[in-house]
Design a protein around this ligand. Structure first.
Ligand code: 5GP
Ligand code: MN
Length: 322
């Protein structure tokens, strides 16, 4: 863990500010948006002006959480007192919003990525936490802020999605203790599970079956790789967000230790990687300017899909030679 302020101190700074802008990472996931939504709701509850600033729409499967907290309007607050980057600690991960972030009078970083360095005027980064949402929960408690059922539900979204429904090795006793508290705070667990995991669209299932058809098993079945192109999405009238979770299907195959899923996005290739039990995909991601965690990491490759597939095939095969 690295920090230059306690969570209580950071929380109190936010309470003393008038305007707070929250910055989740690009292609925000359940943890990035859940953490931001929890913080935003809690701060608004204390009379602060708070917004989650995005440069893309909220993914459909997470939109049930956005009750007018998210905006793409860069001018929603002109000169924010505090800007907080949440679940990311590199400017490259909030891309088009970096200028706005840096316009904050005070910049704060809350994150759980072990590869993160110090970032912002004040930072609290703990790679031991399963989700940034756990850090937000602790921040609210240490600041003495009430955790309403709505806030608790957003925190649950972060924890549940970043732990793969409590399956990943980042899941700890602490994760379960926090989750037990969320239940006691009145979350609607069925609503959350249905929204997150039981609302697959037809186009999503069609995409999954097409992607599975393109899967390659490498290194005697110890690695699995597949990909999706814009053309494949267009043909199925699907969106990239319909492929969320596909990398986990690849990893779930018996005998597979490493999984890589390549996605074409804005002319670049976004690589999502997972390890099952002893592998380390962070070491691969870091080689290409990315990062994440030992068992879940990613990077972006500026090359064609064919080149990216060749590169990742080589990486996955060479992994076992080390
Ligand atoms: P996902 O595969 O779900 O997109 O990402 C898995 C993990 O790797 C997440 O914790 C995510 O934040 C991290 N990650 C994904 N892509 C990148 C990247 O390009 N750079 C960094 N530093 N981390 C990434
Ligand atoms: Mn996270």
């Amino acid at each position: 863990m690295i920090n230059n302020a306690s969570l209580g101190e950071i929380g109190r700074m936010m309470l003393e500010a008038d305007t707070i802008l929250l910055f989740p990472h690009v292609s925000p996931d359940g943890d990035a948006l859940g953490s931001c939504a929890a913080l935003c709701r809690a701060l608004r509850g204390e009379g602060r002006t708070a917004w989650i600033l995005l440069d893309e729409p909220v993914p459909e499967y997470l939109s049930f959480m956005d009750t007018e907290y998210c905006t793409e309007d860069m001018d929603v607050v002109n000169s924010p007192d505090i800007c907080v980057c949440v679940d990311c600690s590199e400017e490259s991960r909030f891309a088009d919003r970096a200028g706005k972030f840096n316009a904050g009078k005070t910049k704060i970083c809350l994150d759980h990525h072990a590869t993160s360095g110090s970032f912002g005027d004040y930072y609290y980064i703990d790679g031991e936490e399963a989700a940034t949402a756990q850090i937000i929960f602790k921040l609210l408690k240490e600041t003495g802020l009430p955790v309403s059922p709505d806030v608790a539900e957003s925190i649950y979204v972060g924890i549940s999605t970043d732990t793969g429904s409590f399956q990943h090795s980042n899941t700890t006793a602490d994760t379960h203790r926090i989750t037990a508290e969320l239940f006691e705070l009145g979350i609607d667990h069925t609503k959350l599970v249905v929204n997150l995991y039981q609302s697959s669209s037809y186009s999503r299932l069609k995409m999954e079956s097409e992607i599975m058809g393109k899967m390659e098993l490498l290194s005697d079945g110890r690695a699995a790789m597949s990909y999706v192109t814009q053309e494949m999405l267009d043909e199925n009238e699907a969106l990239l967000e319909d492929c969320e979770g596909v990398v986990d299907i690849l990893r779930n195959i018996r005998g597979v230790e490493l999984a890589a899923f390549l996605k074409e996005k804005n002319g670049e290739i976004k690589v999502s990687m997972r390890a099952k039990s002893y592998g380390n995909v962070d070491s691969i991601a870091v080689k290409y300017g990315g990062g994440g965690h030992v068992k879940a990491a990613g990077c972006t490759l500026s090359m064609s899909m064919d080149e990216a597939r060749d590169l990742m095939r080589r990486e996955l095969c060479e992994y076992w030679e080390k």
